[in-house]
Write a protein that binds this ligand. Structure first.
Ligand code: SER
Length: 634
């Protein structure tokens, strides 16, 4: 068992022995939460229970939550930042509180994981008179007693700027020791919950690197929240007990515990390893990357590339496993950024882009004990990665050439140029910024905000283009989308065969990346149903059936058994597309598997479509399900 699995399992076993029910991680894409793209803290799925709703598994819960923080993408490259991480969580919904929590977590760290308590430091909330919330002396005293129980005299320090030498327990204000989804109390909207917290830090000892030396040049004393890399926060106990209202903070009907500890960070302490990429959570990936290049991770000038590739590929695999597909918006865009950035770094290490997919089995092996579905999804994930890589590799070298020209012809990278690079070569802004940095090309002031304006203007204009195109037929006539249009008809037919004729199309949306299909059906599809549907579609594709277009009157079309989605909207003469062994003829019962009124376009034979993979199936409204599917490239 890897140390990663060991620490994770130890935590769950320990809290399970303290009467906690262990619940599985939720998806990286939160359900029913339009306010946020990703799950970035374990508490997101627990909100209703803090307010008093009964959790079906009881008042004590423990879990490991997959988290993704897109805001850290650019910070990846040092020895501690990652975008994907797992958060160990234990939760009390109006059950135990401060005393038990602090004792539980201290014992977990020093008894279960045998961390040296000499290396642990803690912080508590300094209080806020305006909010009417007192300094958390209770937590500080509890910590002091626990340290005393292992023979450590832990001094409580009022003024954290005195530095670590002054003691072991520090008070900080709301910037550091207050937790809510929106940060400090002033930023919280009314209705939001939050509370003071107490953080635990691990001391890795004095570091000897550029950053540390720079920070401590002025002989500033090192302190637990110092940026120098000596201390790392490994856990946070939030005393979730207040709700913000128009007239100030009021206590919730119950006092709750929300503990969150970064699994990888606790692992760093367990392995006494200040470089997260050298822990069991990343080392197999780094080793694999080393096998794909002639460079070594030891080479300090190259470490950054290894780290970005390892982090981004792992995060990408986890996002793909949770149904995110690369695209130009929302979660899909973030995924695309990760993949394209990883591919670009691969080039710096002379790694052949197509070999990066070899990291997938390494990631699956590392995580399958906790997330067993990864093994089933491995092929689909690899396929999706390959599709994206193929798409990007064609444009990467052209984009780099164009960038070269830009850097010779212009004296700065402007938002307009960066947006052109994205439009023509799929270069996300971050890549252009990195290239500019590498070439020491100055960057227009406020480039990010200006770029956003271009993006918004572009999406507005492309929406109106789409609207106009829709009038005369379907949006995109490109080769890939045409295949997806035909695949949509097959999927529709397969859904009706497997789930029954009551299934009706409620909408569809096609991009060059995937098809999205909405249909009426009252419940989630089972794994077997999904498999049957996929097999049917793929059999039809395999059979290379003709797709035939006929033009006829609307009445004739309906009499011939064609399915019409918006019957009143069609003109009196319509196109009917039929798919089957012998799909022509106007009479019902002819040998077709699909016959739909549609303005097209479609491919001529089903054999031209790639095999279908369903990547996600979910509810979009009461009685309406949505499927995302894509075609394999070969
Ligand atoms: N909500 C806190 C955090 O995310 C503890 O789980 O850090």
């Amino acid at each position: 068992m890897s140390d990663l699995s060991f620490v994770r399992q130890k935590y769950l076993n320990y809290f399970s022995s303290l009467d906690h029910s262990v619940v599985p991680s939720t998806s990286l894409v939160p359900d029913n939460d339009p306010t946020t793209l990703f799950t970035s803290a374990g508490m997101q799925s627990m909100i209703p229970y803090f307010f008093g709703l009964k959790h079906p598994e009881g008042k004590r819960i423990a879990n490991v939550q997959k988290c993704f923080r897109a805001e850290d993408i650019e910070a990846v490259g040092d020895n501690r930042h990652t975008t994907f991480f797992e958060m160990l969580g234990n939760w009390s919904f109006g059950d135990y509180f401060k005393k038990e929590q602090i004792t539980f977590i201290f014992n977990f760290l020093i008894k279960e994981l045998a961390l040296d308590p000499q290396n642990l430091y803690v912080s508590c909330f300094a209080g806020n008179k305006q909010l009417g919330i007192k300094r958390d002396d209770e937590a500080a005293l509890l910590w002091q007693q626990l340290f005393a129980s292992v023979g450590i005299k832990a001094t409580i320090v009022e003024d954290p700027s005195l530095g670590m030498q002054a003691g072991r327990i520090f008070f900080y204000g709301e910037q550091k020791n207050w937790w809510s989804r929106s940060g400090v109390p002033a930023n919280m909207p009314n209705g939001e919950l939050g509370g003071p917290d107490s953080e635990i830090f691990y001391d890795f000892g004095e570091q000897n690197n550029d950053l540390t030396n720079k920070i401590h040049q002025q002989a500033r004393p090192c302190h637990i929240n110092c940026e120098c890399g000596r201390f790392l926060e490994i856990g946070n106990s939030v005393f979730m007990q207040y709700q913000k209202t128009g007239t100030g903070f009021v206590p919730l009907s119950q006092a709750n515990i929300d503990f969150g500890g970064g699994l990888e960070r606790i692992l760093m302490a367990y392995q006494k390893q200040p470089d997260i990429f050298k822990t069991a959570a990343f080392w197999p990936l780094i080793e694999k990357i080393q096998s794909l290049t002639n460079y070594s991770y030891k080479d300090a000038t190259k470490q950054k590339y290894f780290r970005i590739i390892a982090d981004h590929m792992k995060a990408a695999v986890m996002l793909l496993a949770d149904g995110v597909v690369p695209s130009s918006k929302e979660q899909g865009y973030v995924l695309r950024r990760l993949l394209r950035r990883a591919l670009r770094q691969a080039a710096y290490l002379n790694i052949k882009q197509e070999t990066l997919v070899e990291l997938v089995p390494v990631i699956v092996l590392l995580y399958e004990d906790c997330y067993p579905k990864l093994r089933e999804q491995e092929q689909t994930i690899s396929q999706l990665l390959q599709n994206e890589q193929l798409k990007f590799s064609k444009s990467l070298s052209n984009g780099l050439k164009e960038f070269e020209k830009i850097s010779l012809q212009h004296n700065q990278l402007t938002a307009a140029l960066a947006f052109k690079l994205y439009e023509s070569f799929g270069f996300p802004l971050e890549l252009s910024l990195e290239e500019a940095q590498a070439k020491a090309l100055p960057v227009e002031e406020n480039i990010k905000a200006l770029y956003l304006k271009y993006q918004i203007a572009h999406s507005v204009s492309s929406k109106s283009v789409a609207k106009n195109k829709f009038k005369s037929g379907l949006a995109d006539e490109g080769e890939i989308t045409t295949k997806y249009h035909s695949m949509t008809h097959l999927l529709h037919a397969a859904l009706r065969q497997v789930l029954g004729e009551s299934v009706a199309q409620k909408g569809s949306n096609i991009t060059a990346e995937r098809l999205r299909f909405d249909f009426s059906y009252p419940k989630a599809l089972t794994a077997i149903e999904k498999e049957q549907i996929t097999n049917l579609v793929n059999q039809w594709i395999e059979a290379d059936l003709p797709i035939v277009k006929e033009t006829m009157s609307k009445k004739e079309a309906l009499n011939s058994g064609a399915i019409a989605l918006f019957i009143d909207k069609y003109p009196s003469t319509v196109n009917v597309y039929s798919i089957g062994k012998n799909p022509t003829g106007n009479k019902k019962g002819t040998d077709f598997i699909s016959r739909e009124l549609c303005s097209g376009p479609h491919v001529e034979r089903t054999g031209m479509i790639g095999q279908m993979v369903i990547v996600k199936e979910k509810a979009v409204a009461d009685g309406i399900r949505r499927i995302y599917a894509l075609q394999k490239t070969s």
